[in-house]
Design a protein around this ligand. Structure first.
Ligand SMILES: Nc1ncnc2c1ncn2[C@@H]1O[C@H](COP(=O)(O)OP(=O)(O)OP(=O)(O)O)[C@@H](O)[C@H]1O
Ligand SMILES: [Mg+2]
Length: 250
């Protein structure tokens, strides 16, 4: 869909947080001429420059690029953690920059599951409590939420680690818990920032399989990575960031 047609088709008045009817969504993610410039000590850093990107439901997008090329900055913009300096960011056809932080926080919880390189589990919460953490907007009571979280733990083979604190888990286990947390609300989009960078071979393989499984379930997966085994996934649409500019990787 051409940019102008898409801009005309988007409903700018919607205020629903949870996009239920996925069939109706035109694009999982659409970036139009997105820039993000940081100003530090009067120096400008153009971390993301004029990025255009379309990701459809069920796509598997892999973006590689040197350190400092703008990968994390771009992922934060897609995840509504950060705002662009200029350009438009649509997630599930919602122009997320147009909304205030409170809407965007709730929108994030429902629609984007974020997986970080360093797991970012809450150190004072157990494995099962970390998975329950994003479920705070749910109408269910705590016992039901715990049951849901235990099911997610079982799916990743870690039900016996439910009451472990993060420091009592291996790196690979922590990252699997972080993935379970990212999918706790069944979001349609998964954003992963170098999810296998700190893991050994076997743990990395488990994470790669979890990501491809999520994609097979129909989720759009966007991964920033140098991991050749992820880049070579047959379904991957590959891009490269170079000094803030996104290029198709052929
Ligand atoms: N909050 C910030 N304030 C100022 N500059 C920033 C900020 N965040 C990122 N930058 C700068 O923007 C550029 C892109 O950073 P970014 O973290 O997006 O790179 P990256 O590709 O994720 O790198 P890496 O592979 O090391 O994670 C870098 O030059 C960085 O120093
Ligand atoms: Mg980064």
């Amino acid at each position: 869909m051409a940019d102008d047609d898409y801009l005309d088709a988007v409903d700018y008045t919607r205020d629903d947080l949870d996009v239920e009817d996925l069939e109706e969504v035109r694009h999982a993610v659409r970036l139009l001429d997105v820039h993000r410039t940081f100003t530090l000590a009067k120096k400008e850093i153009a971390a993301v420059q004029g990025v255009n990107l379309t990701v459809d439901a069920g796509d598997f997008v892999v973006i590689s690029g040197k350190s400092g090329s703008g990968k994390t900055t771009l992922l934060n913009l897609i995840g509504a953690i950060d705002l662009p300096t200029s350009g438009r960011v649509f997630v599930m056809d919602v122009p997320i920059n147009d909304y205030d932080e409170s809407f965007r926080a709730s929108f994030r919880l429902n629609n984007t599951g974020f997986i970080f390189q360093s797991y970012n589990l809450v150190s004072t919460l157990t494995a099962v409590e970390n998975i329950m953490f994003p479920m705070q907007l749910s109408d269910k009571n705590r016992t039901e939420l715990r049951e849901d979280a235990l099911k997610l733990l079982e799916n990743i083979g870690l039900d016996e680690r439910a009451d472990h604190l993060p420091w009592q888990l291996s790196s690979g286990e922590q990252q699997r818990i972080a993935i379970a947390r990212a999918i706790a609300n069944d979001p349609p989009i998964i954003l992963a920032d170098e999810p296998t960078a700190n893991l050994d071979g076997d743990s990395g393989q488990m994470i790669r399989e979890l990501l491809t499984d999520l994609n097979k379930q129909g989720k759009a997966v966007i991964v920033m990575t140098h991991d050749e085994k992820i880049i070579k996934q047959p379904k991957a649409h590959c891009y490269r960031m170079k000094l803030g500019v996104l290029e198709q990787n052929v």
